[in-house]
Design a protein around this ligand. Structure first.
Ligand SMILES: [Mg+2]
Length: 282
């Protein structure tokens, strides 16, 4: 085995150090040739005890259309929420949205794509998680159709029990042919179809107008967003992690307020506009 060049170890350490530093740094300014992919909870909106309690203010409702105007419509929300729930949060915008971790997706031309609407084994998990919730006040089961979300933010002392129980049920279901996998997050354990995630949604958008050919930028705060960061990197772009925690994103912003300031700098002079609601676009 050949000797390693004396400088390679220190070079690797320096490289690792540089990458770590980069992950702590604020992102570069956005430009109008970006394609912007944004998580919602913990990224655009502060987290709440339950998903229906998040507060949508006038600032964010105005910022999103302004960004769309600047980016030629190349902006999409990439979330664990269902699309119908996103439309309830942002009435009238009808933005491109990938919901349920990429299981459903509304393209820029309003085409709706439904992937894995009834993954094998989900009925069984729905019943088993439902029984767990019935035994423990403070837990909340959110049935989104293709995905199941078990929220324990109001009962943090149950975190260990929730994770162990859902993992055990899921392992048993997979052994019998279920095509599901676990997705953990902040105060939440989700069961979602295998093969769909936020990254697959980004790749699909990047193959379509008006996203194709642009520089993808993904912004998110939780573990599920790592799939989005990876997809952005794979297609020549970069990611921004919001808040603390390990990440493969290139950059970091501390909180929702910082994300809004950073996005607002791009929206800048562009005035708010509505997304195109004309019949020709449907
Ligand atoms: Mg989030």
């Amino acid at each position: 085995m050949p000797d390693r060049p004396p400088s390679s170890g220190s070079a690797r350490r320096a490289d690792r150090g540089a990458r770590r530093a980069l992950r702590r740094s604020s992102p570069r300014s956005l430009t109008a040739d970006c394609a912007l992919f944004l998580d919602i909870d913990g990224t655009l909106l502060d987290l709440a005890a339950t998903p229906d309690r998040v507060r949508v203010d006038a600032d964010i409702a105005a910022l999103l259309p302004a960004l769309a105007a600047t980016l030629g419509g190349a902006i999409a929300l990439i979330t664990g929420r269902a699309i119908a729930d996103v439309d309830r949060l942002f009435p009238g915008l009808c933005m491109p949205v990938a919901g349920q971790h990429g299981c459903e997706r509304r393209a820029a031309d309003r085409t709706l794509h439904h992937h894995a609407p009834a993954p094998a084994g989900i009925e069984r998990l729905r019943a088993e998680i439902g029984e767990l919730v019935a035994r423990h006040p403070g837990l909340l089961l959110e049935d989104k159709g293709s995905t199941l979300a078990l929220h324990y933010r109001r009962a943090p002392h149950l975190a260990g029990h929730v994770h162990r129980t859902v993992r055990a049920h899921l392992a048993s279901a997979i052994a019998e042919g279920a095509t599901l996998r676990l997705q953990t997050g902040k105060g939440i354990v989700e069961v979602r179809p295998d093969g769909r995630d936020k990254g697959t949604a980004v790749l699909e958008y990047m193959a379509e107008a008006p996203f194709a050919g642009r520089m993808p930028v993904f912004v998110g705060d939780d573990r599920t967003d790592e799939y989005g960061f990876a997809a952005a990197l794979r297609t020549g772009g970069w990611g921004v992690k919001v808040g603390p925690g390990r990440t493969n994103a290139h950059f970091r912003l501390p909180d929702v307020a910082a994300v809004r300031r950073w996005l607002g700098a791009l929206a800048g002079a562009a005035g708010p506009r509505s997304f195109d609601h004309s019949p020709e676009s449907t």
